[in-house]
Design a binder for this molecule. Sequence first.
Ligand code: TPP
Length: 276
Amino acid sequence: MTNIATTTKNTWCPGCFNFQILAGVKKFIEGEIDLGKSKDDFAIVSGIGCHAKIFDYLNINGINSLHGRVLPTCLGLKVGNPNLNVIGFSGDGDAYAEGMEHIIHAARYNSNFTYVVNNNQVFALTLGEPTPTTELDFKDKTTPYGVKVNPINPLKLMLASGATFVARVFADINQVELVLKEASKHKGFAFIEIIQPCIIFHKDKGYKEKIYNLESSHDKTSFEQAWRKADEFNYNIVTRIPVGIFYQKQEEVFEDKFAILKKFQENKTSWKDIKR
Ligand SMILES: Cc1ncc(C[n+]2csc(CCOP(=O)(O)OP(=O)(O)O)c2C)c(N)n1
């Protein structure tokens, strides 16, 4: 049995849902290695924040990138080695504030990697300031009169930007493992939002109890259905929260548009053969 845990001391708050996400990611990668993949087939990229500490807890190659710069780093890895299975990790601040411009272009480029956003609705590492997905009227020391602007809807943003795989799950080991399996089978940019309630800086809104799986009748090839389902939950008014794969379509991936990168993928060349 493979074990990709490190011995680094874990500094997340006891009970943080990041532990569930870490366990799900670990289970997914270890499962793939047990089925014949090599540890070196994987690369992880993280931003800056509580979420980013996952980088310290997994013995996998990668880059602990800058705040908001996970996506260009993932793209660079894929262009450098299109055979790598790359997974990027952001928080909601990392993804939708500092990194906002990148997610639109990542959806547009459709490079073949997975992007996970741990959404706890606050900048947690810096003590709980509101992010672009914090709900109206949320108060903290920096925002004493409360948030006055509506949160963005990340799933709708991704759909509108042309993402070819759009999913949401709750921070639960099995849901995380399962969605990563589906994302790794997808050829193209796979966007996964994980609802990860912050147990310190964001009052519990009972999200866990409001989760339900997308109906079996949900047609993930239908943009209209995906859009309607994405509209059901916007981090503001919480009634029910659908989870699962909202949308999936096949489109040529960025790496395949370059003959030389295709050769890499078919193992017909390596960087050593390239004359500069
Ligand atoms: C460019 C830049 N801006 C701000 C910071 C300060 N900073 C470090 S961590 C962090 C919060 C990260 O929040 P989020 O991405 O939501 O992740 P979380 O801690 O909630 O997991 C901020 C603002 C930074 N390191 N770099």
